[in-house]
Design a protein. Sequence first.
Length: 368
Amino acid sequence: MNDSRHPSILISGGGTGGHIFPALSIANALRRRDPQTRILFVGAEGRMEMERVPAAGYEIVGLPVSGFDRRRPWRNFKVLWRLWKSLRRAKKTVAGFAPDVVVGVGGYASGPVMKQAQKAGIPTLIQEQNSYPGVTNKLLAPKAAAICVAYDGLDRFFPADRIIKTGNPVRADLLNVGISQAEAKKELGFDPEKPLVLVVGGSLGARTINESIAPALDRFVKAGASVMWQTGKLYADECVPMAAGHNGIEAMPFISRMDLAYRAADIVVSRAGAGTISELQLLGKPSVLDPSPNVAEDHQRKNAQALVDRNAAVMVPDSEARTSLADTVIGLLDDHSRRQTLGQNVAAMALPDSDEKIVDRIYELIRR
């Protein structure tokens, strides 16, 4: 441990909310354990962590790293140049901050930082959110001191003796809503007597989900349901006017009170990112999942399949969503018993206090 006797922890990664929220949860848990913990984030320049992390009160260093362009390989010379610059900056950052442990949560910046820490002999901890790991974490795993996972079966990819199943950290505000489902519906402006379908496609939106929901709005009204529809900012101008005039249908670019939205929801329609899956598990919410096909290693489909195999969610492949997503949701609205079963089974998969378990492992590495 550093001279001050308070831990110094470097947290690397980001790129999407699915990486950033767990990283911030781990940082907050470290500060709860010891308010004087020194924490530094390293992210990718131009990505959302460069705004979200300072807004949460933490310092961040940006690397000029970017992902490989698999469709246009001729562009990868610039990617390799950025990677070389990022490795140099990561080496300087690791040496200057002198962390006790480096945590990697995935995303572009995680690779260079974790690699330089491992070369310097600093213990590294991988926090793998998905049921199928990305290339970077698979490459880093052999020299990682600890690997925190959320799914079984990852010993196919990682050294089994370093795996600990902690689950994925989620935002604390989602878990601490002190009102009933009916009260949450009222507060959001919905009829507490009607089932509520919560539709979320991420902060930018999911085109397929939006194009599957939009033509079915009249059918949702006819089925006696309310719909809270996060369109994403890219599709708001197109989708929000469609909802106007439909009783009990509210569309918006972004839902700021996700805690209330989850509490109010009877069914959740969403992509299948690791963070979303963990939220559904901890909250025990029945869901219809449309995994994004535009992700590395098709990991969202594998995340969703892990729930489907336990009868804990319904999956509609993206290629079939426009024809069958709305039908599937309306069918579930009519089947209260199935909703109850899905909710119970997904709740049974929950791994609470993940952030604290990860911090326990960090402290074990410090004491070595």
